[in-house]
Design a protein around this ligand. Structure first.
Ligand code: UD1
Length: 421
């Protein structure tokens, strides 16, 4: 077990390069098994979710090798359609393997998936989407057994634009006979990135990034070399960290267009944000203003994966902020820890009311999920005194050595082994 020790009150400044997006890399690694020959995914972030996905692919029989940050996946030796239970529980995105396995082997056996404890995260939308493609699904002893022997293209109507369900159906449909249309698809940019990757492998998919995606099934897919899009959530987290300290930061290799909602909120809070050609520059005032309201929504709305970090920012902003989480039902677990640091927050159902205080103070707190953990680090950077954030492993699921990135900008932050005291 590891933890971060943060000495607050140091203004961040400097430039930092954004890594490739976790949420693009994971489905692309799953999609690699649709091809008959090897795929190379360039610039994979060195994070726990990616290494768990690699282990899942290896357990299924794929050969995966790393050359620096590039991962080469050779799916030609895939021999199993059954997802390993322990790894699947550790990684919510293992659910994408369902669509990819069905596309490749016409059969998939998956345990109910794991991931961050942020709400129930059922998989009903995935299952109804696959059923519309002719997959026969039954439950056996806690496992979901999917038989795709009679799969064919079909009309899929998602009740809610689920990111994972959209990606799963895209992958399942890519290599089966016939045409599939996904209605009410999620529009997250990582879905468009998955489309670009699958098309580079020979798939025929159009419309990703909009609410209607059309997939013309192909008989064969080949491997590709692909660099996934940059991580808009890592980028947003770094901007928030700089803003919390009244600092300034320049991001390079940044997903400028995809950060629109986050940049707009930071501007409302008084930051100067300039963006263009893969660069975003932010300069924050000594004290931020409240953004008033912030509501999380599917893309292009404000991303739920940035809610916790923004909530941390509003703790010391001038005025009252009302933050409503509509995407997940249990995503305020960071609030208790922020209160221990002196924040004034009341949560009612899915809304947090934050009354800005002059300053936070350091405390011993605990990351309870990936983004909530990042929010505590951000609060720690702004607080007076020292903050200890336990549960570094949860933060490592989605950020490649966040302490290096922040340290490079002047943060005083170090990782240490957690010992019982
Ligand atoms: C993906 C992202 C995650 C992000 C989320 C929303 C990846 C690897 N993860 O997660 O970082 O927070 O999108 O932007 O890309 N739901 C159902 N039934 C289902 C599927 C989902 O009720 O079958 C619900 C979920 O419980 C949740 C909401 O739909 O309340 C959104 O989930 P979804 O869009 O599927 O998120 P993920 O794909 O899990």
């Amino acid at each position: 077990m590891e933890r971060f020790r943060v000495e607050g009150g140091h203004r961040l400044s400097g430039a930092v390069r954004v890594h490739c997006a976790k949420n693009a890399v994971l489905p692309i690694l799953a999609g690699a098994i649709l091809a008959d020959d090897p795929t190379t995914v360039l610039d994979c972030p060195d994070i726990a979710d990616v290494s768990n996905m690699v282990r899942i692919l290896q357990t299924l029989g794929c050969e995966v090798s790393a050359q620096g940050a590039a991962l080469r996946v050779d799916p030609s030796s895939i021999h199993s359609d059954t997802m390993p239970e322990d790894l699947s529980k550790r990684l919510r995105s293992s659910v994408f393997m369902m669509g990819a396995l069905l596309g490749r082997l016409r059969r998939a056996v998956v345990p109910y998936p794991g991931g961050c404890e942020i709400g129930q995260r059922p998989i009903d939308l995935h299952l109804s989407g696959l059923t519309a493609l002719g997959v026969d699904i039954r439950e056996e002893g806690g496992l979901v057994v999917c038989d795709g022997g009679r799969m064919r293209g079909g009309e899929v109507h998602l009740d809610y634009p689920s990111v994972g369900a959209t990606e799963n159906v895209m992958m399942a449909a890519a290599r089966i006979p016939g045409r599939t249309v996904i209605h009410n698809a999620a529009r997250e940019p990582e879905i468009a990135d998955l489309q670009r990757f699958l098309n580079a492998c020979g798939a025929r998919i159009a419309g990703a990034g909009s609410a209607t995606i059309e997939i013309e099934g192909v008989r064969r897919m080949r491997g590709a070399t692909y660099r996934p899009m940059p991580d808009r959530i890592e980028a947003g987290t770094l901007l928030a960290a700089a803003a919390a300290t009244g600092g300034e930061v320049e991001l390079t290799d940044a997903p400028v267009e995809e950060l629109g909602a986050v940049m707009a909120k930071l501007r409302e809070m008084g930051c100067r944000v300039e963006a263009g050609a893969g660069r975003v520059a932010l300069a924050a005032p000594p004290r931020l203003d409240s953004p008033g309201q912030l509501i999380t929504l599917p893309y292009p709305g404000f991303p739920t994966d940035m809610q916790a970090q923004m909530l941390a920012l509003t703790c010391c902003a001038r005025g009252t902020s009302i933050i409503t989480e509509t995407v997940f039902e249990n995503r305020f677990t960071h609030v208790g820890d922020l209160r221990r640091m002196g924040a004034n927050i009341v949560v009612k159902d899915r809304t947090a009311i934050v009354r800005g205080v002059r300053s936070l103070h350091g405390a011993r707190v605990c990351a309870r999920d990936l983004r909530g953990g990042a929010a505590l680090l951000i609060a720690g950077l702004a607080a007076h005194g020292e903050t200890v954030v336990e549960g570094a492993e949860l933060i490592d699921r989605g950020y490649e050595r966040l302490e290096w990135m922040l340290g490079g900008l002047g943060a005083r932050i170090r990782r240490e082994r957690q010992t019982d005291e």
